[in-house]
Design a protein around this ligand. Structure first.
Ligand SMILES: [Zn+2]
Length: 265
């Protein structure tokens, strides 16, 4: 735990906070606040699936999870990983900045989903075309390079508040993120991603985007290796969940629940 924390926060957040001053029109996130947002951002119905383990290798077991319907929408039977620690370090800091800037403007954001396993992506595929256009392996979520968020008002998710989405979208784009609210075929205003110009096929081949030199992420390679170990552990975990969930009763429940709005990448 301690080593992962040092890698992530000291290597990524601390060095980059100072570097981001010149590039974005917002003040950098102080290291303490970044840690607070990373570890304690409260979900209305968030919970931890696992008990605390003191071992770095087991850090993935402590990742924040979100259950289906937690934010008033059907997101399938396999729980969502919604922990900012599961994201690529550079992208994660962008998301923390997005949350912080929105908060400073009176908009509270909840994290709905961060990293996504093959099993989870396949589940969205099975739920219909309005859920995702991407087959397993082709969603940016599967490389820690996408996040789904939703603005909250009095603990109620504001899925249909277009004016609010626009404000959040503009803030995300000013931070250099690609916003799903611009997409015509699968309007997905809660989706933000960063790929540094890489396409899905390059990500599938195992390439990671190059972090801008000015951002100074000296430990990014170690961070990503550690992250990939955690992602792998979740793949095994959720593949097992998916096998259980494909019993006829549960499958028909997911299909019957249908969708109540925007799709997701
Ligand atoms: Zn998404």
């Amino acid at each position: 735990m301690a080593r992962f924390f040092v890698f992530s926060i000291v290597c990524a957040s601390f060095f980059t906070s100072s570097a981001q001053v010149a590039r974005i029109p917002y003040a950098p996130v102080p290291a303490e606040e970044a840690h607070d947002l990373t570890k304690h951002f409260s979900h209305p119905v968030g919970f931890h699936t696992w008990e605390f383990y003191g071992d770095t290798a087991d850090a993935w077991k402590r990742w924040e999870m979100v259950e289906n319907f937690s934010f008033g929408k059907n997101r399938g039977a396999i729980p969502m990983i919604a922990d900012l620690q599961s994201l690529h370090p550079y992208f994660r800091d962008k998301v923390i900045e997005l949350i912080r800037v929105c908060k400073s403007k009176g908009i509270e954001l909840a994290v709905v989903e961060t990293y996504r396993t093959h099993a989870k992506q396949n589940e969205y595929r099975s739920m219909g075309k309005h859920y995702t256009r991407s087959k397993a392996g082709y969603s940016k979520h599967q490389y820690g390079l996408a996040v789904d968020i939703v603005p909250m008002k009095d603990t109620v998710a504001q899925w249909n508040n277009i004016a609010l989405w626009r404000k959040v979208g503009v803030i995300g784009e000013r931070l250099g993120l690609r916003w799903g609210g611009r997409w015509r075929h699968l309007f997905d205003p809660g989706h933000f991603e960063w790929t540094g110009g890489l396409g899905s096929s390059q990500l599938v081949q195992g390439k990671f985007p190059i972090v801008p030199k000015s951002a100074h992420y000296p430990c990014v390679d170690e961070d990503l290796k550690e992250l990939q170990r955690h992602w792998k552990a979740w793949e095994i975990e959720q593949a097992a969940v998916a096998r259980k969930e494909t019993t006829p009763g549960i499958k028909s429940f997911a299909a019957k629940s249908g969708d109540q709005g925007a799709g997701r990448e």
